[in-house]
Write a protein of this length. Structure first.
Lengths: 156, 156
């Protein structure tokens, strides 16, 4: 099953290496990971998306909790959260411009650059809408795509 | 100086541990890091924001390039790129609702949840606009803030 883990850490060199090491040590691949400072810049929030056996993920969470500099680990899967992702996409500008604009409008994507060669978008959304957006752009020729990885916030 | 590194990797367990280990081994803190699949899901793009001596960062880039599963490392600092970040913010709903809406409109932030207790926003932007948005919300009482970390795309 796919899990979303939210990990609060102290901003110390090495904490990310230890966290990712706990996954790679068990041969677990991390699908996406984001780490950035919280409102208190002494701390960072790490959001990890990973897929695997529920019991092993529970064990990893316990081991994460024992790491120095790890303050709190929460498996937020299935709780009252919102997940979002940011995607930057560059496509060829040599396609029907009205089609590009229509797709952008449908998904509230913003065009951040439009040159003779390329059109570059920014879009944020949940997994489903990002997937649909990318699928619609694919036939137009995607030159580059950069995803942020998912971030999650509790609504409670 | 602050650097933005864009690293293309093969999706193999352990590559993130090796990458972050190169920074922590030198006592370098990573300010933000995102890793997520590219359009070809066999590969992921890692975007790293770090601050430090230019020569040491150049050395780290060379060492990154030598890692197995690392396909390409580019220090995109100062090149023709756009950087964006996604932020989810939860504030108390017990404040003037029109003030919340005004701030949201100014920054094109979307309200994703509004309960009796909390108002939760999603916003994307560059460093400057995110900073201004957070500063304006601070006096209203930020309950939680989750940043994606920066992602960057070349406009060339």
């Amino acid at each position: 099953m796919r899990h979303t883990l939210s990990v609060l850490v102290q901003n110390e060199s090495g904490v990310l290496t230890k966290i990712s090491g706990l996954f790679s040590g068990r041969g677990f691949n991390i699908e996406s990971l984001t780490v950035a400072p919280t409102i208190d810049t002494d701390f960072s929030k790490v959001t990890i998306i990973t897929t695997g056996d529920d019991k092993i993920i529970e064990q990893i969470c316990k081991q994460l909790n024992r790491l120095i500099n790890v303050i709190k680990v929460v498996d937020v899967t299935g709780t009252n959260i919102t997940e979002r992702e940011l995607v930057l996409i560059k496509i060829s500008a040599k396609v029907d411009r009205s089609e590009i604009l229509n797709i952008a409008n449908m998904f509230n994507a913003k065009i951040i650059d439009f040159t003779k060669k390329y059109c570059t978008f920014e879009v944020m959304g949940d997994e489903k809408s990002i997937k649909s957006f990318v699928e619609l752009l694919k036939p137009l020729g995607i030159k580059e795509l950069v995803r942020s990885g998912k971030v999650a916030i509790s609504l409670d």
